[in-house]
Design a protein around this ligand. Structure first.
Ligand code: IPE
Ligand code: IPE
Ligand code: MG
Length: 236
């Protein structure tokens, strides 16, 4: 019998968001440094983006660095920033060739100025691509996002009566993105850790014990298959 292809899984989520967790535990299990764990996790991004792209998922969002992750040791934070810089440098062209549009969710202003420029350049270069939208949540926090949206509405002097869910959504970092249909978290933890608080109202969750660097094409297929078997009611 022919192998079941990803493309045959139905229904597919339009938007998948991933909490990429377990880099350090992956490294510890191998007696490697935390840095090696983060590098392996970063290497994995390309393969997962490709797998979701091939399956036909239109929006992929990756949680790479939370507003709380600044509390990690300085050297680790520095490494994570460096990894982001090198990935952007190395991967943007490749993503662009594959028709991927890049977005950033979160605060840019606390990143090193050169990195901010690189991020903005990548977004600009890929802005007209339409095969898939890849959003990277870096210095992202759900509470900060909601607070910042509120501040901006007040600055804009939006009248209280004009505030509805549609308008509110437009003030979030995710403005224009559909809500995530499926949220995946690797490495066994079952929490949101401040990810997409507003947007996850009716998301399906998929948790796996697999550490992020080991989350491969077959794991992608399993997550999509699990999603396809869920019954979504949206309260109706
Ligand atoms: C996820 O892996 C990467 C980031 C949060 C930046 P962790 O670094 O949280 O690894 P674990 O969860 O401690 O194993
Ligand atoms: C969540 O992972 C943030 C990212 C994956 C970027 P953490 O490892 O930081 O979350 P907690 O601390 O276990 O909740
Ligand atoms: Mg973790």
């Amino acid at each position: 019998m022919a192998k079941v292809e990803e493309t045959q899984i139905s229904p597919l989520p339009t938007h998948v968001a991933i909490i990429m967790d377990g880099n350090v535990r992956w490294a510890e299990a191998r007696h490697l440094s935390r840095l090696k764990g983060h590098r392996a996790g970063t290497e994995n991004i390309r393969r997962v983006v490709e797998a979701f792209g091939k399956s036909g998922v239109k929006y992929l969002t990756l949680y790479a660095f939370s507003t709380e992750n600044w509390q990690r040791p300085k050297s680790e934070v520095r490494e994570l920033l460096q990894i982001l810089a090198s990935v952007i440098g190395r991967e943007t062209r490749e993503m662009h060739k594959r028709g991927i549009k890049l977005r950033h969710l979160g605060r840019l202003d606390r990143l090193p100025p050169r990195l901010q420029e690189e991020v903005l350049k990548s977004i600009e270069l890929t802005k007209n691509n339409s095969r898939m939208t890849l959003s990277v949540a870096f210095d992202y926090g759900g509470r900060a996002e909601i607070m910042e949206a509120t501040r901006q509405m007040l600055r804009d002097k939006v009248s209280p009566e004009a505030v509805d869910e549609t308008l509110f959504s437009q003030y979030l970092y995710t403005s224009g993105l559909p809500d995530p249909d499926l949220i995946i978290r690797t490495a066994g933890e079952m929490r949101l850790s401040n990810f997409l608080l507003w947007q996850s109202a009716y998301s399906e969750y998929y948790f796996t014990p697999v550490f992020w660097p080991d989350f491969d094409t077959e794991e992608v297929r399993k997550a999509l298959l699990a999603y396809s078997q869920r019954a979504r009611n949206f309260g109706a």
